[in-house]
Design a protein around this ligand. Sequence first.
Ligand SMILES: *Cc1c(COP(=O)(O)O)cnc(C)c1O
Ligand code: SF4
Length: 478
Amino acid sequence: MEQSELTAIGKKDAKSDLIHLKPPVDPSTQAYKQLLDGPFWHKIPAYRDVSEEQFLDHQWQARNSITKPAKLLAALQAIVPQDFYQDVAEGFRHSPMSVRVSPYLLSLINWENPYNDPLRLQFIPIGSRLLPDHPKLKFDSLAEQADAPVPGLTHRYKDKALFLVLDTCPVYCRFCTRSYAVGINTDAIEKISLKAREERWDTVFRYISERPELEDIVVSGGDTYQLKARQIELIGQSLLRLDNIRRIRFATKGPAVMPQKILSDTEWLDALTSVVELGRKLHKEVALHTHFNHPSEITAITKRAMDALFERGITVRNQSVLQRKVNDHIETMQLLVKRLGYCNVHPYYVYMHDLVKGVEDLRTTLQTGLDIEKNVRGITAGFNTPTFVVDTLGGGGKRAIHSYDHYDCDTGISVYTAPAVKPDYFMYFDPIDLLPAEAQERWQHPDEQRRMVEAALAAAKQHQANTARASTVRSDSA
Ligand SMILES: *Cc1c(COP(=O)(O)O)cnc(C)c1O
Ligand code: SF4
């Protein structure tokens, strides 16, 4: 809605003879409806002459994506200083993740302040801002490989499984949890391969068909945006045909980084729609899960794309990652949640950032998550209010962040139990640079690390013993 219309409504309310119990609405609280529109890409030197038609073409977006520092320089030219390019080149050299940024994303970055821009932070590594990894970091820190009975299928929870159909994405995020597989090998890392191969998928379908308890498959990667239309249909139909399957979700970051595809790749959208419709006929749910992290990732183009999905009756849910300097502000997260709801996207989860190589600067503390959650719950419909979760280390799965058995914000250690998943204790670790100086010092010594972990475990057990008296919970199935 235009600013002038908003003011008009305010005036009408003031003149009306109704008695209002609440003060008139401050127009700034309506910012979630004001979406960036017009040829915003013209401020990037390389896109000065790019027409709207070209910018809305997903193939043009894919062809012109930035994968090397030299291409970044060619696109931005003199709008950022020379030493910034050297810093980026240094970042590329140390990054465990490949780099790929769409022209759309590049145009949304504020290049007057690239060091602090929330989108630059997520997609373009910078050498001078890297922090050492946490000592508890392992390459596949969620142990997705250990819970994989066949390559590319993680069956951790009882009734749902995660199917990694391929290992490429329309863009690459610095912070990808699956940097162990996703993207091409970088100077810093060699990856395991999960190519889009139909023989591998057949093995996955066979495994799923032999597990009657499996009802719900997350089709992910990599990113399902990268699947061809006929592959979307093949995977969707193969899964929906299995009697035990009740729900599938296609996971893609696409809408957040290249909404153009939904508006210009009719074949892909028709394929997705046909799977959704087949599911509906079979009384099975098919949804799209996407990944917006910051309100400026949502533009007027995004709104048009989300409207196109909504018109086709496609449910879209969002999973965000809580990141330092990206969305660790109450107002930013509130704006994101309201803006997603405005576009008919349900905010589903906000994740604590996993322990991933090379992105310690993006992680924040559990306490930050707790504080933001408290300020988000209540601003909108409960079904549009994300659950804040932490995917615990070692494969305990996702836990609501408030449900810890112990949290010490000095050592940064939190302890969770996941009785319906695995009988063990699972931990999460706050980034060390945000701890008090004394605790930072303790983390330098392996003996002290062990002591802190043991103390946290003992405290979690004590907490459980203390609270057991107050609960009437009985478990018959030991
Ligand atoms: C997240 C995840 C799922 C899906 O979990 P939901 O809480 O239903 O979104 C399934 N399997 C694995 C291994 C996961 O990490
Ligand atoms: S789109 Fe998803 S899978 Fe791909 S790099 Fe980003 S976080 Fe990883």
